[in-house]
Design a protein around this ligand. Structure first.
Ligand code: CA
Length: 227
């Protein structure tokens, strides 16, 4: 079940929320000021944050801004005060995903939470499951199947395939691939790329000599095509 962090300084609201969400089966952590909330949300990956705006030490806007600036993409629902139209607009501009106006009904907030978590899940699954030709790749489980049969890839081959797929339809030089997969601090030869591409083709292409997905780009390197 999802991990939710509530950052709220009003104890009555915080406790009621914590109870409601726990009863719904969520795992809940709490923080009562912006600083503590910010560091909790930076350290651990939550599935969702519920963030009040008026908070001690660092306000909710700044917490949201700092999290987004540091690359934290956890969905955020902001708690805004009634009549503060500006708060909502600013909150969404700063990267909040939704807002709920105080006083809110637990049912309304739960509905928003479920909607966001469902959306995030769908996006994640879409990114994690990729198919082309007869091949299906599940990047979350590190599984690959060809015509329904499991194919074994080494972790390096998996990284290589992921890099090619992430850069679909782009012509990649051997150097791009070396930097992207091996990292530029490791000394490997261009030939290494060709060798591993060869292995990967044997595992996923119907005819490795006439590849349909891992294509050669003459004089440069390779290009991945899902077609
Ligand atoms: Ca407050």
């Amino acid at each position: 079940m999802a991990d939710i962090l509530i950052i709220e300084d009003e104890e009555s609201i915080l406790m009621a929320l914590e109870d409601d969400l726990t009863i719904e089966g969520y795992s809940v952590e709490t923080a009562t000021d912006g600083q503590t909330g910010l560091s909790a949300a930076s350290k651990k990956r939550f599935d969702l944050l519920i963030l009040d705006i008026m908070l001690p030490i660092i306000n909710g806007f700044d917490v949201c801004k700092k999290l987004r600036a540091s690359g934290v993409t956890t969905p955020i629902i902001m708690l805004t005060a009634r009549g503060h139209e500006v708060d909502r607009v600013l909150g969404l501009e700063l990267g909040a995903d939704d807002y709920v106006t105080k006083p809110f009904s637990p049912r309304e907030l739960l509905a928003r939470i479920k909607a966001i978590l469902r959306r995030v899940n769908q996006t994640r699954q879409a990114e994690d499951l990729i198919s082309f030709g007869a091949v299906e790749v599940d990047f979350r489980k590190y599984e690959i199947k060809k015509s329904g049969k499991s194919v074994y890839l080494t972790s390096l081959e998996f990284s290589l395939l992921k890099f090619l797929i992430d850069n679909s339809d782009r012509a990649l030089s051997r150097n791009d691939i070396l930097d992207g997969v091996w990292g530029n601090d490791v000394h490997v030869f261009d030939r290494t790329v060709d060798t591993h591409i060869g292995h990967l083709r044997k595992k996923i292409e119907d005819n490795p000599d006439k590849p349909l997905h891992i294509l050669s780009v003459r004089g440069l390197g390779y290009r991945f095509s899902r077609q």
